[in-house]
Design a protein around this ligand. Sequence first.
Ligand SMILES: [Zn+2]
Length: 445
Amino acid sequence: MREVLIQGAEVVVTMDGTRRELKGADVLIRGGVIAAVGEGLTSKGQVVSAKGCVVTPGLINTHHHLYQTLTRAVPGGQDALLFGWLKTLYPIWAQMGPEEIHVSALTGLAELALSGCTLSSDHLYLYPNGARLDDTIAAADDIGLRFHPTRGAMSIGESAGGLPPDSLVEREAAILEDCIRVIDAHHDPRAGAMVRVGVAPCSPFSVSRELMRDAALLARDKGVMLHTHLAENDEDIAYSLHHFGCRPGQYAEDLGWTGADVWHAHCVKLSSEEIALFARSLTGVAHCPCSNCRLGSGIAPVRAMRDAGVKVALGVDGSASNDAGNLIGEARQAMLLQRVQNGADAMSVREALEIATLGGAQVLGRSDLGSLQPGKRADLAIWDVSGLEAAGAWDPVAALLLAGPTRVKHLFVEGRQVVAEGQITTLDLPRVIERHNTLARKLAR
Ligand SMILES: [Zn+2]
């Protein structure tokens, strides 16, 4: 079986049960799996020097809208709150089609890979002009990242009192049918799966109560996970109280949207009762600090969630509300934001790194990922701390978030090298960017 030896790392951050950090260690990969971690390992296969590098588990992104890389920094959306921001962007998104969805996913995933991400989720909730979830799955396969696409949906258009234009909403029966189609076609429940599909109505304010309930029933029947946006900002809470007569946590619980197979994006406004509910029910949270800052939504109570035992992971969120897709940068921002709210000792670098790696694996139900231990899948990020950004750092692991670098030197997914010497090996990236920019210019016309 094919072997790769990652040799002589400055530090290997294992994220194992005791969070060991091994100085001068090697990592041996056999096939798609980690065979050994320790000093003095040998192999007749490929040898990659990790001299001057920190090796971490691959970072895991649990919330994104990859198609939005085509609508970065749109003038009308730069300074708007969530609902106004959506209303500016909906008509632009309505012009997209399969090529836009595919190329934007390639671009967004390439950006994530270079920032240390080996597994990304995606939340695609609009399917204009023949676009399909399959267009993003093809992109993930092209670049070689592990992928958890979720079949999103919107069904309440403007004429029915909803936020999106009628042209972007679908019939609820058709949504459920397509959920079944993409699960049957692409979902892989086995250990080491490269693709797992989830079911993900966009938000409680863009689909009906019935669709939320039916989606949960369908997901449980199929054994797939559930994902949506929840309690993102004050407008969101006000909408829930006005239209549903309860807070988002209650609404979620009533419709089957709590449990170990559910994760919600944002959760900025969760109350202490809702935090207790999430902890009790093992419901996960995708924390998106940059997006929350960008849209002025607030600071998610991550400290309180973690202390209560809630599973928390990171998400860069869509590139129309970040607008970057740098996952190691997101870990830094998560750490800084908890310090703004709770003081300098509120979150350490190592805790933020844990949320970015192991936390993501736990939220996405991937016990085969998140740490560097024999038997786990070989998803790892190799960071060069011998260069400019980390120069002078006394603690190379802490330097990753306190200083830099913000891009990986090498990246392995399922034992395959996706980034080598800072370059994506699986795509002609300049050509992808050129196609991407051509499509963005067409949308701007
Ligand atoms: Zn989102």
